[in-house]
Design a protein around this ligand. Structure first.
Ligand code: ADP
Ligand code: MG
Ligand code: MG
Length: 209
């Protein structure tokens, strides 16, 4: 069978856990500036719980593994980001529909996940959230098509993620805790946009490096 294997998915999980753990204090600092300072800890707790489910995940199909990841994140991350990242993975799982996961299916999955974040968060592009990263990454993956070169795709997705996260700095937040700050949310990177950037980078390195 071609397409994404559970081994590759497990490797990606390990890479995401590692980068979230490595950057937990940076995420906390970002959330300290415009939120309540728990994003690093929330994400670390959630992804360590995902890693704790590794044995279960290793015995699952990629679609079921994504569902396990989603439910685990919903149960353990907490805050606004837990249900949102949880919804992302649950919708990606649902979008697989028993197909082998190639780049075209992966793009459909990510687009479905982004839709789920938007409907769960009642949010859209431009509100200084994780969507500022996820939407351009989804567009870049969709644009890449079925036969993208791995190195070029990695570069394109990482560039989209970095530009998306950076684009949150001058934005004024209109969703989440940062929106309580109004104008004072301007000038800071959104923590969820940064955690999404980190996840995208880790997944690219695990899949394509
Ligand atoms: P909390 O704000 O409840 O403490 P976290 O700190 O874990 O939760 O996560 C905050 C992040 O969640 C924000 O930086 C933002 O990216 C994201 N977020 C918050 N509300 C929304 C929303 N309605 N839609 C999309 N993303 C959101
Ligand atoms: Mg917070
Ligand atoms: Mg909180």
């Amino acid at each position: 069978q071609t397409g994404l294997t559970i081994e590759a998915l497990t490797k990606a999980i390990d890479a995401v856990v590692a980068t979230i753990v490595d950057h937990a204090s940076e995420l906390t600092d970002l959330d300290m500036a415009i939120g309540d300072g728990d994003h690093g800890l929330n994400m670390k707790r959630g992804f360590e719980a995902v890693r704790g489910a590794a044995a279960k995940i290793a015995a699952q199909t990629p679609a079921d593994a994504l569902k396990t990841i989603g439910t685990t994140l919903i149960m353990t991350v907490g805050g606004a980001s837990g249900p949102l990242y949880g919804s992302l993975f649950l919708a990606m799982s649902k979008a697989v529909a028993d197909r082998p996961i190639d780049l075209v299916v992966a793009a459909e999955m990510l687009e479905a996940g982004i839709q789920a974040v938007q409907s769960r968060g009642k949010s859209h592009a431009g509100e200084k959230t994780m969507l500022e990263t996820l939407i351009p990454v989804g567009a870049a993956l969709t644009a890449a098509g079925p036969a993208a070169d791995p190195a070029a795709l990695t570069a394109a997705l990482k560039a989209a993620a970095a530009a998306g996260a950076a684009s949150t700095v001058p934005l004024r937040a209109s969703k989440g805790r940062a929106s309580f700050l109004g104008e004072r949310s301007i000038g800071h990177m959104d923590p969820g946009a940064r955690s999404s950037e980190l996840m995208v980078g880790a997944v690219c390195d695990a899949f394509f490096a």
